[in-house]
Design a protein around this ligand. Structure first.
Ligand SMILES: Nc1ncnc2c1ncn2[C@@H]1O[C@H](COP(=O)(O)OP(=O)(O)OP(=O)(O)O)[C@@H](O)[C@H]1O
Ligand SMILES: [Mg+2]
Length: 222
């Protein structure tokens, strides 16, 4: 599903990722941990084709992402969802419109858009707020909306970068439960966090980066 072979990424000649090897199978729930500056965000950006590696190979669903033509990137991205710490919702659009955005960009029909957006909003439990502006929602609700937007295309892989960073522990716990439920329905999930509590709650595979190097890869229970 996701394979990294000897992947390195440099910023200003300093390695943000250094010779990383990693294989993730379909349906796994992987936590990406490590201190600030360890390279977690960089790794997610490489998977999402927001950056390209300087060395090594990255295969996502057996496709070499560094060799994709520019025009192929949107197709790959459609099979992935991305969730950010700061939600990144458009303030002038309502909840429904925010979640519909990836479908609108693809030219989906109004009928299909309504069906998929409603389903995604139901899955994250904020359907009742569909007509509200994101700014009128609580932080936890806003993150649910951003997760709905990430899953609206039925992605094979869901990537999240510090998704609980702006939430208090109780809400963070709810969001992690949501990721677990999405994973249980078959989506591969990868969550970057430096929150130990999240790791304890998920108790799956934990991959740890430090100064750009993969320093441990542990399966915790299952
Ligand atoms: N666009 C950039 N330009 C220059 N350096 C960068 C850039 N992005 C990341 N870096 C550097 O790469 C290293 C890894 O950064 P990255 O953001 O991947 O870490 P992180 O593990 O996500 O940290 P945090 O927990 O603080 O989010 C850091 O040293 C960072 O300063
Ligand atoms: Mg980061």
């Amino acid at each position: 599903m996701i394979q990294l072979f000897h992947v390195s990424k440099y910023y200003d000649r300093r390695p943000a990722l250094s010779d990383v090897n990693l294989q993730i199978a379909k349906g796994e729930f992987v936590l990406l941990m490590g201190p600030s500056g360890a390279g977690k965000t960089t790794l997610l950006k490489l998977l999402f084709c927001a950056e390209s590696p300087d060395q090594g190979q990255i295969l996502v669903q057996n496709r070499n992402v560094a060799r994709l033509r520019r025009s192929d990137v949107p197709y790959l991205r459609r099979s992935m969802g991305m969730v950010f710490q700061d939600f990144r919702l458009l303030p002038k659009k309502n909840v429904f419109e925010n979640v519909a955005l990836p479908l609108v960009v693809q030219g989906a029909s109004a009928f299909e858009t309504k069906r998929k957006v409603t389903e995604a909003l139901k899955a994250v439990g904020v359907e009742h707020r569909k007509d509200s502006r994101p700014t009128t929602l609580s932080a936890g609700e806003q993150q649910r909306v951003s997760i709905a937007r990430a899953i609206v295309n039925g992605p094979i892989i869901l990537l999240a970068d510090e998704p609980t960073g702006n939430l208090d522990p109780e809400l963070a716990g709810e969001i992690i439960e949501l990721f677990k439920a999405i994973n249980a329905r078959g989506t591969t999930v990868m969550v970057a966090t430096h929150n130990r509590q999240v790791a304890d709650q998920v108790s799956r595979r934990v991959v740890t980066l430090n100064q750009g190097k993969l320093v441990s890869d542990e399966g915790v229970g299952q």
